[in-house]
Design a protein around this ligand. Structure first.
Ligand code: NCD
Ligand code: ZN
Length: 355
């Protein structure tokens, strides 16, 4: 079965400053193994992607090391508002963090939000980490400035219902949901402890059921929020929030297709067509994956390309596997190789930086 190259609009590649967790080569290898050929890297790095200088240096580094295509997402910072125009030229989108998460990027004052909405180019979307009542803040800004806002990793019933109501009124808003918020609930934290800790936190069964009921309507994208941290960090007294997801998203969603929870056409909308349209991303010619939708296998920490080497879905049985990934006519990933280190067939630097 052939699928278009998947697009993940929410990945943490940890460059610069967090290369012990993930780097451009390992993160894009994980992307290819998961069927993604274009991913958007988040700005909560060290230093964060908030100045033209950091963005430029990071783009240069990416160009030498990436295996699939990568776009950088700039971060909003109250101290760097003057940089926004120069930053915009090098980024595909602006990310505004309204809620607490990993790293110090945060916007807590209204004046900064207004400046972002007034100065960020209208051709590039503003994405928001907004939880609870902050969803209403994002909707108010989208309405006041009549410009698109994309809500990251929506996880709760009230949030998705508010976004659905706003869409009904014609507000130009879109949203993404992660596989972990569709396939795990709060009690998983009792099972695997801090390995199930992320932002937004896992929610209740009622939240998860409501997300599924909006999968064919309100939800625009499945995004991984691939947020690798080392096992030592996750098992430390003060574990950072976040879980890897690039290599498990498609098999989990294919399993849901198999179980009749969504159609394959809808999966393609959620993981390719809508991400490309919403983030205004270029087409990748002659790029596709071959998937075996019949193979049943158990996800294992031993079979991962991500540098962090673990997944909260270790031990979960899925149906549907990526066999081969072709990027611009070249086989970039071949699952047929017995040794996982031989499955990546392209050289560092063969991916393209966007824009
Ligand atoms: C992310 C990370 O580790 O960078 N963590 C998380 O729990 N999702 C940050 C984020 O996306 O909020
Ligand atoms: Zn994230």
């Amino acid at each position: 079965m052939k699928l278009p190259g998947l697009i993940d609009v929410h990945t943490h590649l940890r460059v610069p400053g967090g290369e012990h967790k993930e780097d451009f080569a390992t993160g894009t290898a994980a992307a290819l193994a998961g069927g993604f050929t274009l991913i958007l890297a988040m700005p909560n790095t060290t230093p964060p992607l908030v100045t033209a200088e950091v963005l430029q240096a990071t783009r240069q580094q990416a160009q030498q090391t990436i295996l699939c295509d990568v776009g950088l997402v700039a971060g909003a910072s109250p101290e760097q508002l003057d940089s926004l125009p120069a930053v915009a030229a090098q980024a595909v989108a602006l990310k505004i963090y309204l809620n607490e998460t990993f790293g110090p990027l945060r916007v807590e004052d209204l004046a900064t939000l207004l400046t972002c909405f007034q100065t960020w180019p209208r051709s590039k979307i503003i994405a928001m980490h907004a939880e609870g009542p902050n969803v209403a803040v994002g909707l108010g800004l989208a309405a006041a400035y009549q410009r698109p806002v994309h809500f990251c990793h929506v996880s709760r019933k009230a949030e998705i219902e508010l976004i659905a109501a706003a869409k009904k009124q014609g507000l130009p808003v879109t949203c993404e949901v992660t596989p972990h918020h569709l396939f795990m609930t709060g009690p998983d934290t009792e099972r695997i402890g801090s390995l199930a800790d992320m932002r937004p936190k896992l929610a209740t069964q009622a939240d998860v059921d409501t997300l599924w009921s909006h999968l064919n309507t309100t939800i625009d994208c499945i995004a991984t929020d691939h947020a690798p941290h080392t096992l030592a960090e996750k098992h430390s007294p003060n574990p950072p929030p976040g879980v890897p997801g690039l290599e498990t998203a498609l098999p989990l969603m294919l399993t849901a297709v198999r179980e009749g929870r969504l159609t394959l056409e809808r999966l393609i909308d959620l993981m390719h067509t809508n991400p490309r349209r919403i983030f205004n991303l270029p087409e990748q010619p002659n790029t596709y994956l071959e998937v075996d939708p019949e193979v049943r296998y158990t996800i294992s920490n031993d079979e991962l390309q991500t540098k962090c080497g673990w997944t909260p879905f270790d031990g979960v049985t899925v149906i549907g596997r990526v066999q081969r990934v072709v990027l611009r006519g070249q086989t970039a990933y071949d699952a047929g190789q017995p040794d996982i280190s031989c499955r990546i067939l392209v050289k560092p630097g063969s991916g393209r930086v966007i824009p």
